[in-house]
Ligand binder design. Structure first.
Ligand code: PGA
Length: 271
């Protein structure tokens, strides 16, 4: 049974002074332990968020990590620096691909580092509008998945708890979303690549999230799709009321999956 994951990407919002309060409000609004809840604040707010959500079952993630463990990289943050502060990391977000010129090859190096460091990775992929309009969205995303996962074996990806977030670039922060059906089709395409480069088990096990203008009003359209396992939420993740609705809807999916899983187990195991 795949985890249902709701990850909050705060992007460049909050300060160490106000992040704790927001994290505490989100924790209070989202008490559904059946949903894997992750908050990814800016680096400088990781400690405050960690303190605020202690004991709440919420995990904390970074929004990026350098591919090297240390060295002459002015301004960069490495995996060892995140020890005790974050257990997850977002990699290859389209804003970093756009603003910092990150390529699939670089994301692949970061993924190696994250897995070696015990950081659970959320690898972001997604096409720009021109790709979708030209009918090559699936080919572009498949290429990104292949590039980001290159030279990492299936067992390592499984052990590291790889998560993939499908975020069409044209849907991020725009108020436009993919349809649930389009997101599900892309999730199937992503799983086909996971089977090709890894294994059927990898394809069946990796949670695939949707991201891009997710709100409490539209998250159900994605979570109703069996191949979609949650959401990476940007703007709405700064609003406790929105997150309350998003996580509550995710809890419905998580509970339904647990019921199906229990029913499919042999009677002897159920006792
Ligand atoms: P958005 O951002 O929800 O504000 O569109 C999602 C993301 O970039 O992860």
């Amino acid at each position: 049974m795949r985890d249902v994951v709701i990850a909050a990407n705060w992007k460049m919002n909050t300060t160490p002074a106000d992040a704790g309060e927001l994290a505490a409000s989100l924790a209070a609004a989202t008490r559904h332990p059946e949903v894997v809840r992750v908050i990814c604040p800016p680096y400088l707010s990781l400690a405050a968020v960690g303190r605020a959500v202690a004991g709440e079952g919420i995990e904390v993630g970074a929004q990026d990590v350098h591919h090297e463990a240390s060295g002459a990289y002015t301004g960069a943050i490495s995996a060892p620096m995140l020890a005790g502060l974050a257990t997850w990391v977002i990699l290859g977000h389209s804003e970093r691909r756009r603003d910092q010129g990150e390529t699939d090859a670089l994301v692949n190096r970061k993924l190696h580092r994250a897995l070696a460091s015990g950081l659970r990775p959320i690898v972001c992929v997604g096409e720009v509008l021109a790709d979708r309009d030209a009918g090559r969205a699936e080919a572009v995303v498949a290429g990104q998945v292949r590039g980001c996962l290159a030279r990492i074996d299936s067992e390592t990806l499984l052990a590291g708890g790889l998560v993939i977030a499908y975020e069409p670039v044209w849907a991020i922060g725009t108020g436009r979303t993919a349809s649930g059906a389009d997101a599900a089709a892309m999730s199937a395409a992503i799983r086909a690549v996971l089977a090709e480069v890894g294994s059927t088990r990898l394809a069946d096990s990796v949670p695939v999230l949707y991201g891009g203008s997710v709100t409490s009003a539209n998250v159900g359209e994605f979570l109703v799709e069996p191949s979609i396992d949650g959401a990476l939420v940007g703007g709405a993740s700064l609003k406790p009321d929105e997150m309350a609705g998003i996580v509550a809807r995710a809890a419905v999916t998580a509970t339904a999956r647990a019921v199906v899983e229990a029913a499919s187990r042999p009677a002897d195991d159920r006792r």
